[in-house]
Design a protein around this ligand. Sequence first.
Ligand SMILES: *Cc1c(COP(=O)(O)O)cnc(C)c1O
Length: 279
Amino acid sequence: MLRGDLVHPVISGNKLWKLKYNLEEAGRLGKERLVTFGGAFSNHLLAVACAGASLGFQTLGIVRGEERMDSAVLKQCRQFGMQLLQVSRSEYRDKDELVRRLNLERAENYILPEGGTNALAVRGCAEAVPSDPAFDHLFVPVGTAGTLAGFALGASRVMPQASVEGIVVLKGGEFLRDTVRELIPEQPNWKLHLEFHGGGYARVDDRLRKFMQRFAAQTGILLDPIYTGKMMRAVFELAAENYFRSGSSILCVHTGGLGDVSAQLNRTTEGSGQAGKSR
Ligand SMILES: *Cc1c(COP(=O)(O)O)cnc(C)c1O
């Protein structure tokens, strides 16, 4: 397991990889404020709040409406000085229109997409692939697919025979294949598994809770129920179906997300569970 959960105490592992070159670019362009989008449980919002505070940027988080504004994540965002603005679900859908209406296209703002996925994020994730040893399979949990695209790009350089496989954590994630193709048009070394979402984004059931508990007890490694828990359960299920050739080496990427596991475990079947935008 690649322990992305250990790279920073607040910034969920893959969010730091995704932000690295974006923060560099924002500094190079002389930007004063980071502006981004997310739901009330978004690890990305928190990552931007903390990174901004560390590097001297102001931060503005635009939060999808009708969600509680007192979640643990949003409380921590405020702690880091992030200004939060709640907009309705329908307003939230059209980000370009929102940016225009709120007059955010000003020179001092650096606008990061929801989930932080863009070309610079892919570059940062590509660098996180360890160069040695080579593996047969790499597994990554998938929300917006930026991390998967970056790992596929990085693996193509240092372990070209590896298959980079994403476990999609939301229902109806077919569209993510196009997202990956747009981010890394040249790369053939990846695939997405769509059948392990367990009911939809942030849906947590007792089987998943039990799996995560057993995994923690056997390894000393905590998983989160939204991303890494579903990924590891999928890898175990694939192994049980003899998906892997005997002797295969498998690297699973722990992307972090441990900020508020107990609250996440208590959320049972809230939310729509649809092709989710709750990141
Ligand atoms: C955001 C997040 C992901 C999803 O990453 P994408 O690049 O959006 O696919 C995976 N794991 C954790 C812990 C996250 O916080």
